[in-house]
Design a binder for this molecule. Structure first.
Ligand SMILES: O=P(O)(O)OC[C@H]1O[C@@H](O)[C@H](O)[C@@H](O)[C@@H]1O
Length: 340
């Protein structure tokens, strides 16, 4: 997989913080990503100017059993407290392996890594199902970051299983009070701060001036996160993925492809920022760091996925970042959404 000769190494295995194994992905134009095998956790994604696009707390604990605070934790087989398992499931604090022989999966990227998680005996005590969870992390040309999860039921005894899931993406933002999320207004949401009560979002774009922890339902094709100060816009897409390489500039940032199965919409979006009070209760999060992050999480929450033995679910996330000024005047997210 690694590039040869004078080319930069596209995939490099090395040691990260506390000696944990990590993989560095590099794309020829200079974008990079880092993935820890602990949690199959993407902890860094930089554009070709070397700017970090994901938030990781300066207090993150890179040590089991704590999940790494920031980046992209994988929540499986449970999102949040929606079930009897530990918060956000256990995949984020397990050691994954490099999958040396993954089933065929097309890619036009040279810079990718395949990871796999299978249950240990201890995990089977908590969640008595057999599965293979394959995660591919790839850097596309132009620096897009693509994550594809393939979860297969490998139970030999005919038992189906049901799970919820999320890519718990922590975006790095300049100042949360300068950030707007467009595309979620007028949608229904479940408010985790109000006992998961269902309400409807009012008004214009979401802005942030206090703690938020909401699960938006029935989200539209594209969502935009605008960071004025950084002059950067993130757009979240959730429709079927067009051919890689055919994306125009408005097809940027986060593309999500749902389940190939009919059931289980992949696309509630969870929006979370702990704000100051909650930040102070979190040992692995700086008191003021809430100002510089926003979680927008592509999730399977209110309609869990059920897989029978032999069935596989696939969920794909694609992130890219463009400077807002690049599309000046066009990055009205409503237009982005309508023009999709
Ligand atoms: O501290 P954790 O387990 O990583 O969770 C962080 C947050 O994750 C979000 O996805 C949840 O909606 C929040 O309720 C939760 O507080």
């Amino acid at each position: 997989m690694a590039a040869s000769g004078s080319e930069r190494v596209a995939v490099e295995k090395c040691k990260g913080i506390n000696g944990l194994d990590k993989v560095v992905l590099r794309e020829p134009r200079g974008s990079t990503a880092e993935v820890y095998l602990y949690g199959a956790h993407v902890t860094s994604w930089k554009n070709d100017h070397g700017e970090e696009l994901l938030f990781v707390s300066s207090k993150a604990i890179f040590k089991p059993p704590k999940a790494i605070r920031g980046g992209i934790p994988i929540c499986f087989p449970q999102f949040g407290s929606h079930g009897s398992l530990e918060q956000h499931g256990f995949a984020r604090n397990r050691f994954w392996s490099i999958d040396t022989d993954p089933p065929p999966f097309p890619t036009n990227s040279k810079s990718f890594i395949d990871l796999i998680l299978k249950p240990s005996e201890e995990d089977m005590q908590k969640w008595p199902y057999s599965y293979e969870f394959r995660l591919r992390v790839a850097l596309g040309t132009g620096g897009d970051l693509m994550l594809t999860s393939r979860i297969r039921n490998t139970n030999a005894d005919g038992k189906p299983f049901t799970f919820t899931f999320a890519y718990h993406t922590y975006f790095s933002v300049s100042d949360i009070s300068e950030v707007r999320v467009e595309g979620l207004e007028t949608l229904d949401y479940l408010d985790n701060l109000q006992n998961k009560e269902r309400s409807t979002e009012q008004g214009d774009a979401l802005t942030f001036e206090s703690e938020v922890d909401k699960i938006y339902l029935g989200t539209p094709t594209k969502i935009a996160i605008l960071d004025h100060e950084k002059k950067r816009t993130f757009v979240l897409r959730k429709d079927g993925l067009p051919d890689a390489g055919k994306h125009d500039i408005l097809d940027n940032l986060v593309k999500l492809e749902g389940s190939s199965k009919e059931q289980g919409s992949f696309f509630p979006l969870v929006v979370w920022n702990p704000w100051d009070k909650k930040a102070k209760t979190m040992a692995d999060f700086g008191d003021d760091e809430y100002k510089h992050m926003l979680c927008v999480e592509a999730a399977v929450v209110e309609k869990p996925i059920t897989l029978k033995p032999g069935e596989e679910w696939k969920g794909r996330l694609e992130l890219s970042a463009v400077p807002s000024s690049y599309c000046s005047g066009q990055l009205d997210p409503q237009k982005v959404i309508q023009n999709s």
